[in-house]
Design a protein. Structure first.
Length: 321
């Protein structure tokens, strides 16, 4: 059951996946004993290669940023009228987006990724689910239920389209809107490529907005290793296609395992699945006893979200279920 007040209170509901330290404190084990299914990060990460000593020792030069941006423009089919800003993770941009307009009302349909509401609230905005607003945030596909939005939903003077999980379904992308005044599209590198620790993300939008974001983030915001790895990965379209097929197959396999135990699939993407269960806390505790960490939500006693296990984790998950 979802509590409306809790959903609109970013301070009460600012929870995330991960948090294995807390899981270990309650259920024991070492970090290496655990399988973390709470985050929706690809368990088969892109294989890093080709790093140079200069990537670590020198400040990143302009050419490295340009090469990464050029690769991103091709990979995501970015319209010519839009600019691209690499950033140290999508969350770094999320924290700065509310500064792009005078504080007012922001429309954020709940439930969704809670950092957007927290960021806008921290800078004096008021969060609403409906009604006219000076800004709107749409997470596309939505986290946690996988909802897909349409062009008409990008309807506020400042519109943020968070496509952190859209690389699994590129045909649904709203990137074609990125050149419009007031529109910013966010991309996350860590989830689809499985390299969340690299801290790399992108803001793509109208040149005026991107120039202001660039002023807020400052120079050398992205590390040399992240620039090189990101450029290499974005050029590797064969890996991306193979990964989409594997993720889709693994998501189907996960659904079969979990629904066989009485859960009901209610949404998600091929990187995470959202199930409705009788008691989400009981399910999480049962999995935790087998050192498998899952995601539950403060606004629902029945929502359980699971990411995909690594290749050697399927048998453990099946036994725990």
């Amino acid at each position: 059951m979802v509590g409306q007040d809790d959903r609109l209170n970013p301070r009460a509901a600012r929870d995330h996946g991960g948090g294995l330290d807390g899981a270990m404190a309650r259920s024991g084990g070492l970090r290496t004993d655990w399988i973390d299914l709470s985050t929706g990060i690809n368990p088969h990460a892109y294989q890093v290669s080709g790093l140079q000593p200069s990537d670590w020792m020198e400040l990143p030069d302009h050419g490295a940023f340009e090469r990464l941006s050029d690769a991103a423009r091709v990979f995501w089919n970015v319209p010519g009228g839009a600019e691209i800003l690499p950033s140290p993770g999508a969350s770094a941009v999320i924290a700065r987006l509310p500064a792009l307009a005078k504080a007012g009302r922001v429309q954020i349909t709940m439930p969704t990724y809670n950092e957007h509401a927290a960021a806008f609230t921290a800078q004096g905005w008021t969060v609403h689910e409906t009604g006219p607003a000076q800004a709107r945030v749409i997470v596309h596909p939505n986290n946690p239920d996988g909802r897909i939005w349409q062009d008409a939903d990008a309807n506020a003077p400042l519109t943020v389209i968070d496509e952190s999980f859209c690389d699994v379904t590129p045909c649904a992308s709203l990137i074609h809107l990125a050149g419009r005044p007031g529109v910013v599209v966010l991309k996350s590198f860590g989830k689809f490529w499985g390299l969340a620790g690299l801290r790399l993300g992108f803001a793509i939008g109208h040149p005026d907005l991107i120039a202001r974001l660039n002023d807020l983030t400052g120079p050398w915001a992205v590390s040399g290793p992240a620039l090189r790895i990101g450029t290499q990965a974005l050029h590797d379209t064969d890996w991306a296609e193979d990964t989409r097929m594997r993720l889709a197959n693994d998501a189907t396999r996960l659904d079969q395992l979990v629904t066989a135990q009485g859960a009901r699939l209610i949404g998600g993407t091929s990187l995470f699945r959202l199930y409705d269960v009788d008691d989400a806390t009981a399910w999480q505790n049962r999995l935790a006893r087998a050192h498998i960490w899952s995601r539950i939500f403060p606004y629902s006693r029945t929502y359980l979200r699971l990411g995909l296990p690594p290749a050697d984790g399927w048998a453990r998950l099946e036994a725990a279920l």
